[in-house]
Write a protein that binds this ligand. Structure first.
Ligand SMILES: NC(=O)c1ccc[n+]([C@@H]2O[C@H](COP(=O)([O-])OP(=O)(O)OC[C@H]3O[C@@H](n4cnc5c(N)ncnc54)[C@H](OP(=O)(O)O)[C@@H]3O)[C@@H](O)[C@H]2O)c1
Length: 318
């Protein structure tokens, strides 16, 4: 089968399509024929070598954290799935490799794919949707009527957080790039501000802040009102160690006020996201669809900024 991998850090051109053996599903695993997978922002930083001091890199390294496709085969003990089932899901925590023709994953990483979405549409959601859902529900416990600030509102996670925040009854303020302000308002934000001109000190108070940027967290934390919660999802890729340490200390010093987590959703959460997609509470937002051969171009596009939702890789099967 084909898979995207790289064997050194560097620009997007280090990414190559290689022929590798199709995995075999072990006990409790499902072999999925991947129809589409999304392009992950964290992986661009990793590929560039920005995380080399905090993450052990074993080369060659594969790409892709989520996927939509069909069950091709099941391993021993798997009862819930049969060949042909339409599924979506995530690679195991901290594992990558969904930008490939097949993946073998534990059955708990799958759910039935939303019936109203094509595989290309569905692939935009598993990682970003479960992250935004966990941030707003389990971590922030966002309540109707609360004021929510989404910082990084037009990217993968942010575009879902805006939609979900509205669906949960919050007043949503989006911080986004200038050319995406109208777009993010159409997505559901009540207010959209240009992050290059709106300084944290100019902003109102918020009950909940979801941050996917990772810089200036102290200044944003200061915008939390009484009982406010900030969910810090990202690290500054140019100062990863300092940023991780800083956010960790903030969360340790004020655990009710600052929360951080690494997305590792349960099967129930992945299924809950599928229901939200079917109900229309969360819609996939796709910027551009690339073929597998376009993976380097997709990384270039993501790194250039201005993304609206997710870039998706179509494996060319659907
Ligand atoms: N903790 C977790 O479990 C978890 C899960 C998923 C993702 N993440 C992390 O979250 C981050 C975002 O992921 P993503 O998929 O949403 O990335 P993305 O699609 O690249 O989106 C990032 C967004 O942030 C915006 N942005 C950049 N600088 C900003 C600033 N100073 N103020 C406000 N917005 C700014 C970008 O806008 P422009 O492009 O217009 O500049 C873009 O819309 C990544 O670092 C990723 O690793 C963490």
């Amino acid at each position: 089968m084909r898979a995207v991998q790289f064997d050194r850090f560097g620009p997007p051109e280090v990414l190559r399509i290689v022929d590798v053996p199709t995995p075999r599903p072990g006990p409790g695993e499902v072999l999925v024929e991947v129809h589409a997978a999304s392009v992950d922002a964290g992986e661009t930083a990793f590929r560039a070598g920005k995380l080399r001091r905090v993450s052990r890199a074993r080369f060659p390294r594969r790409l892709g954290g989520d996927f939509a496709g069909r069950v091709a085969a099941v391993g021993g003990g798997v009862r819930a799935w049969s060949p042909g089932d339409a599924v979506w899901g995530l690679m195991p925590h901290f594992a990558f490799g969904a930008i490939a023709d097949f993946v073998a994953v534990p059955e708990r990483r799958l759910a039935r794919a939303p019936e109203n979405l094509s595989p290309v549409e569905a692939a935009a959601l598993p990682v970003s949707g479960t992250t935004a859902m966990t941030a707003l529900t389990d971590k922030a416990r966002l309540r109707p009527g609360e004021r929510l600030l989404v910082r990084g509102a037009t990217g993968g996670v942010g575009s879902v957080a805006v939609q979900l925040g509205k669906a949960l009854g919050a007043h949503v303020t989006a911080l986004a790039g200038a050319r995406n302000l109208d777009w993010v308002a159409r997505l559901g934000a009540d207010e959209a501000l240009d992050y290059r001109t709106a300084r944290p000190g100019d902003l109102a108070e918020f009950d909940v802040i979801v941050d996917v940027v990772g810089t200036e967290l102290g200044a944003y934390q200061a915008r939390l009102g009484r009982g406010g919660r900030m969910v810090a999802l990202a690290f500054d890729p140019d100062r990863v160690l300092t940023s991780m340490l800083g956010t960790g200390l903030r969360a340790a010093a004020a655990p009710r006020r600052v929360k951080m987590f690494s997305n590792n959703p349960s099967a129930d959460r992945i299924a809950e996201l599928a229901r939200a997609a079917e109900e229309g509470t969360v819609r996939p937002v796709i910027d551009t669809v690339f073929p597998m051969e376009g993976i380097a171009a997709a990384h270039h596009r993501l790194e250039a900024g201005g993304v609206r939702g997710k870039h998706v890789i179509d494996m060319g099967r659907s």
